[in-house]
Design a binder for this molecule. Structure first.
Ligand SMILES: [Zn+2]
Length: 223
């Protein structure tokens, strides 16, 4: 008998009023009808989405000058066997270190590593979403790179301590460690509690946008 697979949507919905990163160069989501049934006998929309809005993937260009862009990766880069690191019991503002991850799995080589905090599920749309989330120790980021992971994802806004953003020396420190090493970053995942397994098959499909520093992505877990 064929084994039944379960498909879980790990992405946020795009909608008017959705929370956007608090800088004016991160545009708000907009959609308007550029043709309607009344005027054109068909409906067509014009959509405005920032490259880092909603569930999305950061390409190296986001933090690395002249870094690779999203269209330079084959779609296979965004699909593969994933390890779920369940840290949903961790409190706000906690720093995640190598010891939180090390013993959970033996071989990280070539794997996609997904961190679960349930942060997007609990705080997306709230004022502390961008400020109080757990984040990674930079030594852990380097360790994951050394272990040969191919993609890293979070159900939170980012891998970095938000306090370091826009500071002189540590701005995007963890982003840079990953992106310099071709480990692309998936942010604002959701629904990870539905996975209920330590490993699963992950598909995160960014739009193939030429020269883009990132792209919204429809991310899917298959168990
Ligand atoms: Zn981003």
């Amino acid at each position: 008998m064929k084994k039944k697979v379960k498909i879980i949507d790990l992405s946020l919905m795009f909608h008017k009023g959705m929370q956007t990163y608090h800088r004016n160069y991160h545009p708000k989501f907009k959609r308007f009808k550029s043709a309607t049934h009344k005027t054109h006998k068909r409906e067509v929309s014009t959509i405005q989405i920032g490259s880092h809005l909603g569930t999305h993937i950061d390409a190296p260009r986001h933090f690395i000058k002249n870094g690779k862009t999203i269209d330079q990766y084959d779609i296979s880069h965004f699909c593969g066997n994933a390890i779920l690191i369940d840290l949903s019991k961790k409190l706000k503002k906690t720093i995640i270190s190598i010891k939180d991850v090390k013993k959970r799995f033996k071989n990280f080589n070539g794997k996609i590593v997904i961190f679960r905090f349930d942060w997007t599920d609990k705080y997306y749309g709230k004022s502390n979403f961008f400020y109080d989330h757990p984040y990674l120790d930079s030594e852990l980021c380097k360790w994951l790179v050394r272990k040969g992971i191919k993609l890293v994802g979070f159900d939170s806004p980012q891998p970095d301590n938000p306090k370091n953003s826009f500071t002189k020396y540590k701005d995007g420190e963890n982003h840079k460690i990953f992106l310099k090493n071709d480990v692309l970053i998936i942010e604002y995942l959701t629904n990870l509690k539905k996975i209920k397994k330590k490993t699963f098959y992950f598909i995160g499909a960014p739009l193939n946008i030429q020269h883009s520093d990132g792209s919204p992505a429809r991310c899917i877990g298959i168990i």
